[in-house]
Ligand binder design. Structure first.
Ligand code: HEM
Length: 400
């Protein structure tokens, strides 16, 4: 068992306990104020919650590697539940996969998606107005990416809803400890991995989607067939749940802050600021790990070689040292860019332009038709080890 410096504050509380996952911010604040790192006694791991230290760790990919897994398990010692993909790979093989992915998700290919995203956003926004009262999660946030992102990748429409959400939740729960929640999400995800893998195959994908474009890189010999499969898998496992949650979170924040919705109606160019502020305020992917390839001292805290370090980007994105004393408030007039919701450094989310486009187009269609959203009825949190979102957010739609 690794021994850490005795002066590092020790926390006996479990940030993965349900009560903290439902409302993580009070514990995050205590961890941030205790020091640049705290030792979680339950897991004997150092947890980082301050913005500057998390950013510096993410930027130093040579010292803080991903190849040993971005969950608590050291994948050099224990086999992963699935083959390691781009997220859990270091240079040089990371570079090969990343180059192919960046080429496929390019500014040009993302621009080309706008028209089809807009078509479905208009249809969905009309439906929302006609319904008058909707669940912002199940009637909007889940529906939109399942249709437009699934079409963009080029997978069949049948089976998406039943497989992709449960698969994403299972996948992301492996970036936290093997607790009851992890077991619940793995039980719910049974069979979905096989569905996803079958749909990553070249012959299952439509000819014009992002998936087929990945396979062109395999045909040109730039990536292997296995790498192509893993890249399409990465799109499907990393790109769906996160965007569903992100749309749900921004709609919830805007329903609770009608003055922010009014600013979007006044000037739709504010939509982009609302999106970034929402990513900062409630980050969909809250926490993940790195492993030290050599002795290190992030924020002056000694960390021996071979240690896992736990990064709470959801806490860093609320750090008042970075965001000011009102960091807990959702305020779209602040400059939220530079947040860590998409990570930082060589593994920074390659799919973020797609998610941002989905959110921008959908919010645009909604604000053009809706004067405000009013929260009605109880909201149900989505309790998950590493994702932060809601399962149900009922709202009344005031058209105008
Ligand atoms: C709002 C939605 C999203 C959020 C919050 C999000 C978050 C993240 C974060 C935090 C990372 C970095 C993890 C780390 O450093 O260990 C990441 C990486 C990644 N994301 Fe996303 N993501 C989103 C959407 C997407 C989409 C739509 C796609 C696919 C089209 C995608 C594909 C990936 C891939 C492939 C990586 C690994 C990149 C690498 O290792 O080089 N993500 N994402």
């Amino acid at each position: 068992m690794t021994t850490y410096a005795p002066q590092i504050p020790v926390f006996d509380e479990d940030p993965y306990a349900r009560e903290h996952l439902i409302d993580p911010h009070p514990l995050f604040e205590r961890m941030r104020e205790a020091g640049p790192a705290v030792r979680l006694s339950r897991y004997n791991v150092l947890a980082f919650t301050r913005f500057d230290v998390c950013r510096d760790i993410l930027a130093d990919h040579a010292t803080f590697i991903s190849g040993a897994g971005v969950g608590p398990t050291d994948l050099r010692k224990e086999k992963a539940w699935r083959t390691q993909g781009i997220l859990e790979t270091d240079q040089p093989s990371h570079t090969v996969m990343r180059d192919a992915m960046s080429n496929v998700i390019s500014p040009r290919s993302v621009r080309a998606l706008r028209k089809s995203f807009e078509g479905f956003a208009e249809e969905l926004a009309d439906r929302v107005v006609a319904q008058g009262e909707v669940d912002a999660i199940t009637d909007v946030a889940e529906i939109f990416p399942l249709r437009v992102f699934g079409d963009a990748v080029g997978i069949p429409r049948e089976g998406r809803k039943e497989n992709l959400l449960a698969h994403g939740a299972m996948n992301f729960s492996a970036f936290g400890p093997e607790n009851d929640l992890h077991r619940e999400h793995f039980a719910a995800g049974q069979g979905t991995h096989e569905w996803v893998m079958a749909n990553c195959a070249r012959e299952s994908l439509s000819e014009d989607g992002l998936g087929a474009r990945i396979w062109e890189h395999a045909e040109a010999g730039r990536v292997s067939d296995e790498q192509a499969t893993l890249l399409v898998r990465a799109m499907l496992s990393a790109g769906l749940d996160t965007t569903v949650i992100a749309i749900g979170n921004v709609l919830r924040a805007l329903a609770q802050n009608p003055e922010a919705w009014a600013l979007l109606r006044e000037d739709p160019s504010n939509i982009r600021f609302a999106i970034d502020e929402s990513f900062r305020h409630e980050s969909p992917f809250q926490s993940f790990y790195r492993t030290t390839a050599s002795d290190a001292a992030p924020g002056g805290v000694p960390v021996p070689e071979g240690s896992k370090v736990l990064l709470f980007v959801g806490a860093a994105n609320r750090d008042p040292r970075q965001w000011g004393p009102d960091a807990d408030e959702f305020r779209i007039t602040r400059s939220a860019s530079g947040h860590l919701a998409f990570g930082m450094g060589i593994h920074q989310c390659v799919g973020q332009p797609v998610s941002r486009l989905e959110m921008e187009v959908l919010l645009g269609a909604l604000v053009r038709r809706i004067e405000r959203l009013e929260p009605v009825g109880p909201q149900v949190p989505f309790v998950h080890n590493t994702l932060r979102g809601w399962k149900s957010v009922p709202v009344r739609v005031v058209a105008g």
